[in-house]
Ligand binder design. Sequence first.
Ligand code: GRF
Length: 188
Amino acid sequence: MKRKLGILISGRGSNMQALVEGSRLPDAPYEVALVASDKPDAAGLVWATERGIPTFAQSPKGMVKADYEAAIDSALRSAGVEAIALAGYMRLLSDDFVARWRGRIVNIHPSLLPLYKGLDTHARAIAAGDAEAGCSVHVVTDELDAGDVLGQARVPILPGDTADALAQRVLSVEHSLYPRILAEFVTR
Ligand code: GRF
């Protein structure tokens, strides 16, 4: 039986697309049961709908966080979701939500954790004079970008690199890392 995955996005969802493509490989151990977003106009929702993947959108505007998260939680549970992948989901999950899904939420973060938690990771890596950058897939816990690292991919930082150029280089390795680590995660 394939494990049912829910993916949370806020934008274009290029990592979500990579996860969907990974789920369609022969012998993939997971299937995408729901793509959910806090942004009803997220481009990734259109992409998923066009491919016949169930979607759910709930804007948190005008709601208390607990009610917003209860709506997301109930959509995930109705879809039979067993594990959650965050893919460019730009909101902090409450401790309560994380506790309800303990050990079953993963995220991809665009740095070589434990370096550069939080935002502006690429600019910070360039400013520090690092020779390489990359991305990490990690388990989501109460503490931001601090759960166990399940896998990383590295790219060189090139002379004259800008944060945007580096972000593009990292993004292309995110797309191969995330489906591979997710497949390991759901079968471990
Ligand atoms: C990527 O930088 C990812 O590492 C971060 O958010 C961005 C997601 O982009 N968590 P996308 O929506 O998957 O294209």
